[in-house]
Design a protein around this ligand. Structure first.
Ligand code: C2E
Ligand code: MG
Ligand code: MG
Ligand code: MG
Length: 276
């Protein structure tokens, strides 16, 4: 807004900046407390097979049950958690909780399927991510094929380190997916250099499949290329039946999106899984 009104608004601009830096500090403190007080919860979004139509996996998505502001989406706190480094502790909790919950569902007799967990680049910078993952699997008793890790294309800061990490994780038997595929600068680099099992077509390409012939071509090409490389494909952000039909026609393997289900609470997903 300061830009629109020219230089005379400089003061206003800096005041709102100071204000927001105070807000940031406050949020950072609250986030720190949230970790101590364990205020995070996981919601789960089902992933559907485009052939059979059934649920074949779930993605764990973190929420913050804020004591005053209620349930907050990742967009409200993940960026700050990333910047401050607190994402490492939050991410570790998410990993442990998702594995624990998945194992519990299996023990209750629900159909076994992988849980997908989002990883931050910060978690890769930790001493030994693969060892921690092995430990979490051991502590929870979850078999490795029921864990899938989602990484994003921004994770190319230290390619050598990330590659070694991913190879060690793959050796455990845990799956690796590239999230938000197509939005980074290094999509092909990822496919060429990293041991990838699956890619998730970003919802920005899926959104305009019906209106924009270029997006339709891009999505069709991503699916064909991935399959030639023996990589599975899931489309995210599927909101309409037409989008789903397009993806099915182009042999996309799986879909995730509001058209079938938004992310839901753990007891809601449990009921959905029980219903089959
Ligand atoms: P993501 O991993 O790409 O997750 C998909 C996001 O798209 C979720 O937002 C989901 O609610 C939303 N979504 C699903 N279907 C649709 C649809 O049909 N239409 C639209 N418009 N949106 C859809 P959410 O839960 O707000 O999470 C946002 C992002 O926050 C995630 O994007 C992920 O990057 C990050 N995130 C979530 N949980 C974690 C976590 O535990 N650790 C880390 N590092 N990041 C996380
Ligand atoms: Mg994800
Ligand atoms: Mg995504
Ligand atoms: Mg996305």
């Amino acid at each position: 807004k300061a830009k629109e009104n020219g230089k005379s608004d400089c003061k206003l601009y800096s005041e709102s900046w100071e204000n927001s830096s105070f807000e940031r500090l406050k949020l950072q403190h609250e986030l720190y407390q949230a970790i101590q007080r364990n205020e995070f919860v996981l919601h789960y979004q089902p992933q559907y097979d485009l052939g059979g139509g059934g649920i074949v996996g779930v993605e764990a998505l973190v929420r913050w049950n804020h004591p005053v502001r209620g349930l907050l989406s990742p967009g409200a706190f993940i960026p700050l958690a990333e910047e401050s480094g607190m994402i490492v502790q939050i991410g570790d909790w998410v990993l442990m909780e998702a594995c624990r919950q998945n194992k519990e569902w299996q023990d209750e007799g629900l159909p076994p399927m992988p849980v997908a967990v989002n990883l931050s680049i910060r978690q890769f910078m930790q001493h030994d991510l693969a060892a921690r993952i092995a430990e979490v699997l051991q502590l929870t008793g979850l078999e490795p094929q029921y864990l899938d890790l989602e990484i994003t294309e921004s994770m190319t800061i230290d390619v050598g380190h990330v590659t070694r990490c991913l190879l060690a994780i793959t050796e455990l038997g845990v799956g690796i997916s590239v999230d938000d595929f197509g939005t980074g600068y290094s999509s092909f680099h990822y496919l060429k250099n990293f041991p990838i099992d699956r890619l998730k077509i970003d919802r920005s390409f899926v959104r305009d499949i019906q209106q924009d012939p270029d997006d339709a071509e891009i999505v069709a090409a991503i699916i064909a290329m991935a399959h030639n490389l023996n990589i599975q494909v899931i489309a995210e952000g599927v909101e309409t039946e037409e989008q789903m039909e397009f993806l099915r026609r182009h042999q996309c393997d799986e879909m995730q999106g509001y058209f079938r289900s938004p992310p839901v609470s753990h007891d809601r997903i449990e009921r959905m899984l029980k219903a089959g």
